[in-house]
Structure formats: C-alpha cells, structure tokens
Design a protein around this ligand. Structure first.
Ligand code: HEM
Length: 395
C-alpha cells in the first residue's frame, strides 16, 4: 500500500453515464481500501471500493450507521444525528427494535398484493402517456409516479390526498433546502393521517403501525415519511436510468423484449450495473484491521457500492451490461442488518414496469441526444437523471 493519502474525484467520465468515476475504478485496482487526504486534526477517512471489503464492512457491527459517527470530508465535520424514524442512521438495539417491527408489517399477504397494484398503476400511467402523445418526460409521467403511488397503496394514503403528496415527493428529490422543508411537511401530514387511522383503521401498513401501540407519535410520522422517502427516489431512478441504459444497449433491449422470462435476472443486472444508491458511510467504533490497513476508533469509512458492484474479482466483465448473467450477490440493496427492507417491493415494481413500458411503446427512444440529458451528479443524491425526454411513433 502507498502511504500517502489520496484525493479521488467523484466525477464520472463524460459519455459514460453508467460507470463509476474513473478515479474510483483506478483506486479499486490499486488499493481497494485507501486513506483519503483530510485536513490536520480531522479523523481518518477511508474509501472502500473492493467488493469483499465493502461486504465485510456492511456485515460488521464495529462499523456504525449512526450519522453522528460519520465525518463528512466535504462538509468538514460530523453529520447531525438521523431524524426520528430513519432506520439507516441507527444501530442495535434501537435499530433492531424498529426493523423487526416494520418487517413484521410487510406481510406475505400484503406483498402478494403488490403485483396487482403495480400492474394497475402502470397501466393507468401508460394510458395517460399514450393519451397525451409524444414527446413526454418519462420521469414526470412514469418513473416518479409509479413508485410514489405504490407507497401510497402500501401506507394507505387516500386517493384524494395523492396529488398533494406528489408535490411533496417531487420536492424530496429537489435541492437540499427544499428537501428538508418537504420532509417536515410530509412527516406532519403522515402523522395526521396515522392518527386518523388509529381512530378508524383501514387495511394498510400505516393503520397497522398506528394501532400496534409500539410506536410513539413522533416515531409514527418519522417512520412513515422515511418509508416514503426510501422507496421513492431509489426506485424512480432505477426505472429512469434503467430505461436510458436499455435504450443505449439495443441488443440487450431486444433480448429483453424477445424473452419475458429474462426480466427477473435483467432487473438484478440493472441493479448491479447502475447501483443508484452509489455510496454509503459508516463510523469506526473500535480499532480494527481491514484489508491490511489499521483503522482507528473514530475514523470514517466511505463505501463505494457502485465500484464494488463492478469489481472484476467478483463479476466477470463487470462493465458490460449483460442481462443474461447472474448478478446474484450484488450489493445494490446493501448487505447485513440494514439491507433494504423494501427490496421485494422494488423488484416487483421493476419486473412489471420495464416490460409494460417496452411493450406499450415498441418504438420508444430518446427525444434528445444522450449527451444532453441532465444527470444527478450531486453525490448526496441517489444517482439518476433529472428528466428523460422520450418519444415514440403513434399507432
Ligand atoms: C435500506 C437501496 C427501494 C425501504 C436500503 C439500503 C440500500 C437501499 C442500499 C441500505 C442502506 C444502508 O445500509 O445504510 C434501495 C434501492 C431501491 C430501494 C436501490 C430501489 C431499487 C426501497 C423501497 C423501499 C425501501 C421501495 C420501501 C419501502 C428501505 C428501508 C431501508 C432501506 C426501510 C432501511 C433498512 C434498515 O436500515 O434497516 N435501501 N432501496 N427501499 N430501504 Fe431501500
């Protein structure tokens, strides 16, 4: 290992919108755990880009999820603690309690209803797109509303409130200031809704949480807002960036159109290849040796999930989108105790939405040159596109 700290750029290469930043790829080959340059007096910060090491960190309780243990090099300080209800910012035993409670509400019966809901929601959105005619922004007309409406079904948000909710959810993927305001407003609305459901329960996850007696009111609003936030931007960007990636890989697109049995594996490969939740952080709770490096209590590690999912030591020809490969073991949903709680919901959405879109619009194509698309390059955001202008031939 080289001893001098590194300063990798997080910028992706122009013209390669789906690949991790070249400097992360180079780092993975040279030193899959590398010390980052930090100002005098700051805690040690490490960048982890190798698959095995990322997986190891995610499975080890000596690496903390609590935001206040994460030193943010760009901000030059530690992050504030997670808002109430944000599971990704908690450790055991508080995390274990909330996680078990929530997992118990994702019942088999409820999960079985998902396919029915997403089929219906997808059909409605595609009908609307067809009625409106080309061109369309796929993000606004399809990839945002489908996951938003799915979470509304799951939580039990009444139909008459859904337009109002959509304006909050659009703001959730906006600038940091607008995001914060939207999150507060959303939490307040969902708590109000949950309290109404406590008085008059309906058959949905929010009613279960409200009547279970296990959550404080603050936790109730917080958990509901967190579920909405966690399930939205991630899935929406997988659908949008996934469509973009398929349009850029016509042979793969044709394979998927030609073989409906390919869809489950294709979704896993798109998850691996795109890794929209690209990075994560953990705080080091005690001195630990990792990959031959000595980490100290108080250090911070940044895990590059996107670089790990392209590690040639784990996936052959990792930079090739190959819908027929087995992408099992990818880390796009994380790993360990925080592994995505909504992954079944996300998978069902993608398995239905991609084929439905491609079947409805066999001539779907970008309406602008690919280089003109505006990518979500802010590293604090889920990766993806701000908008996806598409067009098609009308029948
Ligand atoms: C956690 C990715 C969809 C709910 C996570 C984590 C990742 C992730 C990487 C782990 C975070 C960490 O370790 O700090 C994704 C991706 C999605 C997706 C790529 C879409 C393709 C959803 C959906 C829901 C959801 C639809 C819906 C309810 C959650 C929750 C957690 C989580 C509750 C926190 C689990 C915990 O900390 O115990 N997700 N997610 N996600 N996700 Fe997802």
């Amino acid at each position: 290992y080289r001893d001098e700290p590194v300063t990798p750029s997080l910028d992706r290469a122009p013209g390669c919108p789906f690949d991790p930043a070249p400097s992360l790829t180079a780092l993975r080959a040279e030193q899959p755990i590398a010390r980052l340059a930090a100002p005098e007096g700051a805690p040690g910060v490490w960048m982890i880009t190798g698959y095995d090491l990322v997986r190891q960190v995610l499975a080890d309780p000596r690496f903390s999820s609590r935001y206040e243990t994460h030193y943010h090099p760009l901000a030059g300080g530690h992050l504030p603690p997670a808002p109430v209800g944000d599971l990704t910012g908690m450790d055991a035993p508080q995390h274990t309690r909330l996680r078990r409670l929530l997992a118990g509400k994702f019942t088999v019966r409820r999960m079985n209803l998902l396919t029915e809901w997403v089929t219906e929601i997808t059909r409605e959105r595609l009908d609307a797109m067809e009625r409106q005619g080309p061109p369309a922004d796929l993000v606004e007309t399809f990839t945002q509303p489908v996951p938003a409406l799915m979470i509304c079904e799951l939580l039990g948000v009444p139909y008459e409130d859904r337009d109002r909710l959509q304006s909050f959810t659009r703001a959730l993927s906006d600038t940091a200031g607008a995001q914060y305001a939207a999150f507060v407003e959303l939490g307040a609305y969902l708590l109000e809704l949950a309290l109404a459901k406590r008085a008059e329960p309906t058959d949905d996850l929010l009613s279960d949480l409200a009547t279970g007696g296990e959550l404080t009111d603050e936790e109730l609003g917080g958990v509901a807002a967190f579920l909405l936030g966690a399930g939205l931007d991630t899935t929406a960007n997988m659908l949008a960036l996934g469509t973009f990636a398929l349009l850029r890989n016509p042979a793969q697109l044709a394979a998927l159109r030609g073989d409906p049995d390919l869809v489950a594996g294709a979704v896993e490969e798109l998850l691996r290849y795109l890794s929209v939740a690209a990075t994560g952080m953990r705080g080091v709770l005690e001195d630990v040796e990792l990959g031959g490096r000595q980490l100290k209590a108080g250090d911070t590690v940044i895990i590059a999930i996107n670089a790990a999912n392209r590690d040639p030591a784990r996936f052959a020809d990792p930079d090739v989108l190959d819908l027929r490969r087995s992408a099992a073991g990818h880390l796009a949903f994380g790993h360990g105790v925080h592994q995505c709680l909504g992954q079944q919901l996300a998978r069902v959405e993608m398995r239905v939405a991609f084929p439905a879109l491609l079947t409805r619009f066999p001539t779907l194509r970008l309406a602008v040159p690919a280089e003109d698309l505006s990518l979500r390059t802010d590293p604090s955001q889920v990766y993806g596109v701000h908008s996806l202008p598409v067009t098609w031939d009308q029948r």
